[in-house]
Design a binder for this molecule. Structure first.
Ligand code: ADP
Length: 259
């Protein structure tokens, strides 16, 4: 059976020679939360760019809901993308930033107002609709970028280390709220991170990549029931076993998470 997201033997090079992905396979079920875990530079962002149609692979296939996303198509599934930095245009207000994406996704204009309200409120920033990005904290800006990704009703949400620039307390709150949003909305999420703890806390399943150019090193199902608690010793135990399993491949030796 074909998975909701299906990536097979994906190879990507930059400039025709710099190999970024050697061969990656990925299968994500509908409504599944999958974390892609790998060291910096292994090709995680590259894979998300292929899934969002921004980058063409050298070979291999990538489909979302049965549609080949490596080729231009009118019926391409909508993909929400949350980057490490918020990527809000500073000369547009919060609502204007979201409107740009709604327009690009061909969402009927009559729906814009309600969608912006709904998703800003869901992210607890309804009061900032008319604000400028520079008036917001780092966490609030990232909330806007998540609201913007969800407002187009995407088939899948791709998240590229979205909390890695936030302070740890804010990041923990946002991780918790992301899980609640995901449970309420039921989108599939592909969440890229180099933090083992973050992956273990968030995901149903972790796909661990090798050093770049990446292949898949292993997969780990997270058997811990939700709601999860960040400090849960069971998470610590699982984190430690993943650290031990990747230590040799990722090339670090002191058993700590390579932040
Ligand atoms: P990760 O997200 O795991 O940190 P990336 O996908 O960003 O890794 O990068 C994978 C490899 O491809 C790295 O060696 C990086 O330097 C290289 N790379 C990324 N983007 C480009 C680009 N636009 N042009 C050339 N090389 C790139």
């Amino acid at each position: 059976m074909t998975s909701f997201i299906e990536v097979r033997d994906l190879k990507v090079s930059y400039d025709g020679r710099r190999e970024a992905l050697a061969s990656v396979d990925l299968h994500v079920a509908d409504r599944e939360f999958v974390a892609i875990l790998g060291p910096s530079g292994c090709g995680k962002s590259t894979m998300l760019q292929v899934l969002s149609g921004l980058l063409q692979p050298v070979s291999g296939s990538a489909t979302i809901d049965g549609t080949d996303v490596t080729k231009p198509a009118d019926d391409r599934p909508r993909v929400g993308y949350v980057f490490q930095d918020h990527r809000l245009l500073p000369w547009r207000t919060v609502e204007e930033n979201i409107e740009l994406v709604l327009a690009a996704a061909d969402i009927p204009h009559a729906e814009w107002d309600a969608r912006i309200d709904r998703y800003l409120n869901m992210l607890h920033i309804g009061d900032y609709r008319k604000a400028w990005p520079m008036q917001l904290s780092g966490g609030q800006r990232q909330r806007v970028s998540i609201a913007r990704a969800l407002a187009i009703d995407p088939a899948v949400v791709l998240m590229d280390e979205p909390f890695s620039t936030l302070d740890e307390v804010t990041a923990r709150t946002m991780r918790q709220q992301l899980v609640e949003l995901w449970q309420a909305s039921g989108h599939a999420i592909v969440f890229v991170t180099h933090s083992i703890r973050e992956a273990v806390f968030l995901a149903d399943r972790i796909v661990i990549l090798t050093k770049g150019p990446a292949t898949v090193l292993s997969e780990v199902h997270i058997p811990i029931a939700r709601p999860r608690v960040y400090e849960d010793p069971a998470l610590t135990e699982l984190e430690a076993s993943i650290v031990a399993s990747v230590m040799r491949e990722w090339g670090f030796g002191n058993g700590t998470d390579p932040q």
